[in-house]
Design a protein. Structure first.
Length: 246
């Protein structure tokens, strides 16, 4: 029997409806996984930074160091699990490319830890106070000059007084989020290198950070060695830029 035009019309409508439902389900799953990753990465960042801080200031007995190593390993395994969990929705984005080259810290080779970092002024902006304080203490211990504030509004205001070389900024903050902080400072031509340190780590999150004016993007939890490698790179680029203008 030859299908009638009315039957074909009904069939096409049914296919379109099915497609819309499937697309909505995929988007719903994507948003759920994005939120799940963000909510888990924040405590992971706190745990990892605290572990590294204990390693520099705690009891350096062999047993304590081994236990800290076990905790650190478990944190990294949880982070890898999150990456695997996000692989399904991320696969639909693999064809996307960033409009400009952006450094993703996980792919940045670390320099030898023996090289002492030259002092940079670093302002840390994060509404997670424990994570922000721990990171600030670690960077101070490593030889940097740091200041820490606990929200976007405070970060924007403190930047003018502290005059940092680098700002490490969380994204998901109330009132004024990380994107808005950087957009405002960029609009004021504020001279600084901006690093996003956030639980939002998918391709479109990195692109949004780039569009807002961030120079670099790190996904929580980030190792201290990775952060220091990036800071040394920033310092090296700064010196090269200064030399070229002489």
């Amino acid at each position: 029997m030859i299908p009638t035009l009315r039957w074909l019309g009904r069939r096409l409508t049914h296919i379109e409806t099915e497609s819309e439902v499937n697309y909505a389900a995929v988007e719903q799953q994507r948003e759920f996984l994005k939120r799940l990753a963000h909510e888990l990465r924040n405590p992971l960042a706190t745990i990892l930074t605290t572990v590294e801080l204990l390693g520099t200031r705690g009891n350096h007995s062999e047993e304590t160091v081994q236990l800290l190593g076990v905790i650190g390993t478990q944190v990294h395994r949880m982070s890898d699990f999150l990456e695997d969990l996000l692989d399904i929705p991320r696969s639909t984005e693999r064809g996307e490319t960033l409009k400009k080259k952006m450094v993703v810290l996980g792919k940045l080779p670390e320099e030898p830890a023996a090289a002492a970092p030259e002092p940079l002024r670093i302002l840390i902006v994060d509404d997670n106070e424990s994570a922000a304080r721990a990171l600030g203490e670690l960077l101070e211990f490593a030889g940097y000059t740091t200041d820490t504030v606990f929200g976007g509004v405070m970060g924007y205001e403190r930047a003018r007084a502290f005059k940092p070389d680098v700002m490490i900024i969380d994204i998901g903050m109330p009132v004024l989020d990380g994107y808005e902080v950087v957009e405002l400072l960029r609009a004021d031509s504020f001279p600084c290198t901006f690093i996003a340190l956030t639980g939002f780590g998918q391709i479109h999150d990195k692109q949004r950070a780039l569009d807002a004016g961030f120079d670099f993007h790190l996904t929580k939890p980030a190792r201290l060695g990775e952060i220091e490698a990036l800071l040394r790179r920033i310092k090296k680029q700064s010196r090269a830029a200064t030399s070229s203008h002489r």
